[in-house]
Ligand binder design. Structure first.
Ligand code: HEM
Length: 401
């Protein structure tokens, strides 16, 4: 952590400051009125557009805001080391679209619909395990939220379910970065890439019969050529990382919300038809993802020129609280009607897994609320939000009855 106290959020903001981690929305609100495109020299320099329109403008302009480095901290182009090349998320047009099209069939609504029953069984098993343990106070993030997304994406990719803990460990080390020391994040990135490299090679040596995303990629072609192994490997890496911490954070935030807000919980249990809208409001209110872009020559934002090579943050949680777009944005409304939230991003990189994430959230909530309709958050137990690219509650201590 940077020990220096922030004195002016407009010129010296710090996304790892404890006050920001705890409540970034107070900072966004202050900046939105006073300084909608803030800048800091911290963490290698960052720009922070907090208005919905500016976030859309950056995400919609890949010509001036490149995805070559999407982490909120760490190396930028030209800083000496090769950046991680994990298409489609780190690719710009035209390669971005070509590669993304290869992955689309794996995430279509029809495919996700077919996975629903199996996902519900996984969720039910988790609930049963909690019940059978006899525990009445549990960490719902640890015992429930974190397991569902990893089990689903591991099965879709076609990698061994028994290695769940290893995959989760890699994801946590890669994303829940200590911004002052990225060495462990870099080490975990290398380990996970090496894992997929070995896995793809093993499939080549012994093809067998699989019906999964790895097989789909190994059989796919781009410009009449098989996809290069390095791209198969990094796409698998991306899908694992993108699929785990984001959805785990969303499920955790949802359980925390309904544990703390008994009125919303009781209403949802009584009126299950509200669930789809409630999920959108949970996504808006607890948007987990902040991405970054790298400015290209000629970039500007709200009239402010942005020097080429600078890092620009895309704080989707800030866009989701913009009063220009959302009525009473700081209030959680279970039945909010208009909800054009940006939690899945916007523009060409809009989340490929959004159907899957929504399905997992729905199944997770339905199963949990059916088992523990009267659960509540344990008073005085802090949630401790993670920061960086993904914001979610680390611990969600709940009382089940
Ligand atoms: C609540 C859960 C999730 C949230 C909030 C979320 C959010 C996002 C956001 C904001 C982006 C845009 C990134 C950018 O513009 O740089 C994105 C992209 C992406 N997401 Fe998700 N995501 C979630 C779940 C998932 C899941 C379950 C998967 C499954 C593998 C997934 C796969 C991807 C992929 C592959 C991309 C890159 C798309 C591209 O670059 O064209 N996400 N996600």
């Amino acid at each position: 952590m940077n020990a220096d106290q922030v004195t002016d959020w407009a010129t010296d903001f710090d996304i790892f400051d404890p006050a920001f981690l705890e409540d970034p929305f107070a900072v966004f609100a202050e900046l939105r009125d006073r300084h909608p495109v803030a800048h800091t020299d911290r963490w290698g320099g960052q720009w922070l557009p907090v208005r919905y329109a500016d976030v859309v403008a950056v995400a919609g302009d890949p010509e001036h805001f490149s995805s070559v480095a999407v982490a909120v901290v760490g190396l930028k182009p030209g800083e000496g080391v090769n950046l991680l090349d994990a298409p489609p998320i780190t690719a710009d047009p035209p390669f971005h679209g070509e590669f993304r099209r290869l992955l689309l069939p794996a995430f279509s609504p029809r495919v996700i619909e077919r996975l629903t029953g199996w996902t519900a069984e996984v969720a039910q098993r988790l609930v049963d395990e909690i019940r059978e343990s006899g525990d009445t106070t549990v960490d719902a993030a640890e015992r429930y939220a974190r397991h569902l997304p990893v089990r689903v994406i591991v099965s879709m990719l076609g990698i061994p379910a028994e290695e769940e803990e290893q995959f989760t460990d890699w994801t946590v080390r890669i994303l829940r970065t200590d911004p002052t020391d990225l060495s462990d994040s870099i080490a975990a990135t290398k380990e996970l890439l090496a894992y997929f490299r070995a896995h793809v090679q093993a499939r080549r040596d012994d093809p067998g019969h699989h019906d999964d995303i790895i097989t789909m990629l190994m059989n796919a072609e781009l410009h009449d050529e098989p996809i290069q192994d390095r791209h198969i490997v990094s796409a698998c890496f991306l899908m694992l990382i993108a699929g785990i911490d984001t959805t785990w954070s969303s499920i955790g935030a949802a359980l925390a919300h309904f544990g703390a807000n008994a009125d919303d919980r009781r209403r949802l249990v009584a009126e299950p038809a509200l669930l789809p809208g409630a999920i959108e409001e949970l996504l808006r209110f607890y948007a987990p993802v902040t991405q970054a872009r790298i400015a290209v020559h000629g970039a500007s934002l709200g009239g402010q020129p942005i020097p080429a090579g600078d890092r620009v943050l895309l704080p989707l949680p800030a866009a989701n609280r913009d009063p220009e777009v959302f009525d009473d944005p700081e209030t959680f409304r279970l039945d909010r009607a208009e909800n054009r939230h940006l939690s899945f991003g916007v523009g060409i990189h809009r989340c490929l897994g959004s159907n899957l994430a929504r399905m997992e959230l729905r199944v997770a909530l339905e199963t949990w609320l059916a088992a523990f309709p009267d659960y509540s958050l344990v008073p005085g137990e802090p949630l401790e939000w993670t920061g960086g690219n993904v914001r979610g509650p680390r611990r969600v201590m709940v009382r089940l009855v």
